[in-house]
Write a new protein. Structure first.
Length: 206
């Protein structure tokens, strides 16, 4: 009677239905593995238990997102931001797959020109869907009012630019600016053009 060959490697799921759960195997960057190992040592858990603990709590924190956005930005902006974020995430993922089809090491959508453009379209499309009915023409009595959105964006980008001085210990707005810079990362911040104030100073020096 021929012997039954055993498959190579660990099974993807545990055969015992009374076991604690299913087996999930994945690769992780070396730095993350080190962080998990250190956290497991501090907590007294095994590496597997620490990983499971942190994954479960990541979903708990995700459930707080809607409440946090509503507290910070109010309604309906909190809901719009959630919808925009989901639309950007899903369109970015799909566009990245299309743009980088066949590549093993895919870039983030934020680094892919095609995917980034699709994400912009997704965000714009969602905002347009909720546009109120009426005439968007600027009020005639208020000069430059048609550039209100651009001016606000310019001010925010100037604050976010790494060359702009900020003082988180003195200004509450700068606390948020510091968090935004940290979340964007150095590589994305390099894409920003020099803030207008710094451009003017350089022109005066020359």
């Amino acid at each position: 009677m021929p012997e039954t060959k055993r498959g190579v490697g660990r099974p993807r799921t545990r055969p015992d239905i009374d076991s604690p759960g299913d087996y999930v195997g994945f690769r992780t960057p070396r730095k993350l593995k080190q962080q998990l190992s250190e956290a497991a040592f501090r907590s007294g858990r095994s590496l597997s238990a620490e990983t499971e603990f942190r994954l479960e709590h990541s979903f708990d924190r995700q459930d707080l997102l809607g409440e946090v956005l509503e507290l910070r930005f109010g309604l309906p902006l909190g809901g719009l931001l959630m919808a925009i974020g989901i639309a950007m995430e899903e369109s970015g993922r799909a566009a990245t797959l299309i743009s980088q089809l066949g590549k093993r090491d895919r870039q983030s959508w934020a680094d892919d020109p095609f995917a980034y453009d699709q994400v912009i379209r997704a965000a714009n499309s969602l905002l347009e869907a909720f546009r109120p009915i009426g005439d968007p023409t600027r009020p005639e009595k208020i000069p430059d009012s048609e550039n209100t959105g651009e001016n606000a964006t310019r001010d925010i980008l100037t604050d976010i630019h790494p060359d702009s001085p900020i003082f988180p210990d003195r200004n509450p707005r700068d606390v948020e600016t510091a968090k935004i810079r940290n979340a964007l990362g150095a590589e994305m911040l390099k894409r920003l053009p020099a803030p207008p104030v710094f451009v003017q100073e350089e022109e005066q020096k020359s």
